[in-house]
Ligand binder design. Structure first.
Ligand SMILES: Cc1cc2nc3c(=O)[nH]c(=O)nc-3n(C[C@H](O)[C@H](O)[C@H](O)COP(=O)(O)OP(=O)(O)OC[C@H]3O[C@@H](n4cnc5c(N)ncnc54)[C@H](O)[C@@H]3O)c2cc1C
Length: 225
């Protein structure tokens, strides 16, 4: 169905697709340039940057904030869906998302369905040698195992839009939990003289919001010193 120009269109200088550019089944579309992030590579880059700045990474699951506070006087709590258990925040919900990664058959532009009220999320993002296909959105589902039927459905939907994906070799499956909350929690809390800064609940936009929230977190920490 035709729809109004999306609110985000001016932010990315999006222009309407020419009729010949539209994918099968679509009556309207917008074309624009935007950064696309290859997450595993980006996480590696961030880890290197942290190491170069003198930071150290250690993997450990904390049973409570008190356990973390026994190790440091300032804690930054970025536990995503884990905040539900760690700080007892029942407003945090998991919205599970599944992706399929395939060899890139030569795709150079991304596609993202933006049909309002759509039951399904359909998108694909080329990332040099692979294409990441999506997706799903299952509220309250905490299962991190890929689901075969969901993967087949993602492939079917994407191949309907971009036929070259139909025979692309599958090289991986990814599942993640979007930490959805009515609003992001970005605040400080004093606990027996120690400081906890909470920064969680970014839902399906955590990457988009990451640098802005990080800067605000640093400002909050300086203000609390
Ligand atoms: C399929 C999918 C597609 C997405 N696409 C986009 C997109 O296009 N753009 C965008 O901006 N965002 C997107 N997102 C959302 C984005 O991934 C999240 O908003 C973001 O990952 C949240 O970051 P976070 O660091 O707050 O939480 P998380 O990434 O969930 O990280 C939380 C970390 O805390 C750790 N942790 C939890 N509890 C504990 C504990 N008790 N002790 C120690 N460690 C703990 C976890 O192990 C994890 O490492 C997508 C998400 C999914 C699932």
């Amino acid at each position: 169905m035709p729809r109004d120009v999306p609110a985000w269109a001016p932010w990315v200088d999006a222009g309407p697709c020419a009729p010949g550019d539209l994918r099968p089944g679509y009556v309207e579309g917008w074309r624009y340039r935007a950064p696309v992030v290859d997450m595993p590579r980006y996480m590696g880059y961030l880890a290197d940057r942290l190491a170069q700045a003198g930071g150290r990474l250690r993997q450990h699951r904390y049973a409570s904030l008190e356990e973390a506070l026994s190790e440091a006087p300032v804690i930054v709590n970025c536990t995503g869906t884990g905040a539900r258990a760690l700080v007892g925040d029942s407003s945090v919900e998991a919205v599970r998302g599944q992706l399929v990664v395939v060899e890139n058959p030569g795709i150079t532009t991304f596609f993202c369905d933006d049909t309002p009220e759509a039951d399904e999320l359909t998108y694909f993002y080329p990332q040099s040698d692979v294409v990441v296909l999506g997706g799903t959105s299952d509220r309250g589902n905490w299962d991190l195992r890929p689901d075969g039927a969901a993967a087949a459905d993602i492939l079917r939907r994407c191949a309907q839009i971009e036929p070259s994906l139909a025979d692309a070799r599958v090289v991986g499956h990814r599942v993640g939990l979007r930490p959805v909350r009515p609003r992001v929690r970005l605040d400080t809390e004093n606990r027996d003289g120690a400081l906890v800064l909470h920064n969680y609940g970014h839902g399906g936009a955590g990457l988009t919001l990451s640098w802005g929230c990080a800067r605000e977190a640093v400002d909050l920490l300086h203000a609390a010193e």
